[in-house]
Design a protein around this ligand. Structure first.
Ligand SMILES: Nc1ncnc2c1ncn2[C@@H]1O[C@H](COP(=O)(O)OP(=O)(O)OP(=O)(O)O)[C@@H](O)[C@H]1O
Ligand SMILES: [Mg+2]
Length: 218
């Protein structure tokens, strides 16, 4: 599959603020399978907003996002989220009362029901003993790795990350970036990471910067 994800004249304004600020102004971009993308920008520049729209978590106000030349509105936001994309958040959004293994298990792609969740946990450097623990008894960095393992398990063609290495030490960060890189290069996925990390950006094929509502290539 080599469908591209395209952003066309995307604008977004939060209307519930006293000063209605246009966070995104006519943003255009094309994301291709097999490439790792980094999106940078100051705090508050709109990175999470852009990612939420790309991941179909928020309604498009103006402009469009297409996947395989079909608007995600036409694909259906729910359908798009379920079938095509997965997101690793700054705050891991794991199910707290489940173990790490169970969190990964619920995400395993339907066609691969027999896959072993431990395979994905091992890939991100977690042990079997850690896998058996409730996620709220894991450290922040370990929880982040469970979130990434879950994204790996779901096997969608698009992977988004919002500061996916934000809570990790340098060695673990390198390991995790390499996993994202493999997802792009070996599995031919579209991988888009919002990041403040120079290291993550140095691994990216394309680096975008968001500033004053405009997205430009660095
Ligand atoms: N749901 C919301 N309602 C109103 N305003 C919002 C909402 N979400 C974000 N904003 C505002 O929109 C702007 C962009 O926020 P966004 O979270 O996209 O920034 P960011 O680039 O991800 O920042 P950071 O690097 O700190 O995560 C900010 O000024 C923020 O306060
Ligand atoms: Mg953010």
């Amino acid at each position: 599959m080599s469908k591209k994800l395209k952003v066309k004249n995307l604008s977004h304004t939060y209307t519930d603020q006293p000063e209605k600020t246009e966070v995104l102004k006519n943003v255009n971009a094309t994301f291709e399978p097999g490439k790792l993308y980094a999106i940078r920008g100051e705090s508050g520049s709109g990175k999470t907003t852009l990612l939420s729209l790309l991941a179909a978590l928020d309604e498009i106000q103006s402009g469009d996002i297409t996947y395989g030349n079909k608007s995600i509105k036409e694909i259906g936001l729910n359908n798009f989220r379920l079938r095509y994309s997965n997101i690793v958040f700054q705050s891991y959004n794991l199910i707290k009362y489940m173990t790490a293994v169970e969190n990964v298990e619920v995400a395993i792609d339907f066609s691969e029901r027999k896959a072993d969740p431990n395979k994905y946990l091992k890939q991100v450097g977690l042990t079997e003993a850690e896998g058996k623990r409730l996620v709220n008894k894991l450290s922040g960095g370990q929880q982040q790795r469970v979130a990434i393992a879950r994204a790996l398990a779901s096997n969608t063609p698009i992977i988004f990350g919002d500061e996916p290495t934000g809570n990790l030490d340098e060695n673990t960060e390198t390991k995790i970036i390499e996993i994202f890189q493999d997802l792009a290069k070996k599995d031919h996925k579209i991988v888009i990471l919002v990041t403040h990390s120079n290291k993550v950006a140095s691994y990216a094929d394309v680096v975008y910067k968001l500033s004053r509502g405009k997205l430009t290539k660095v």
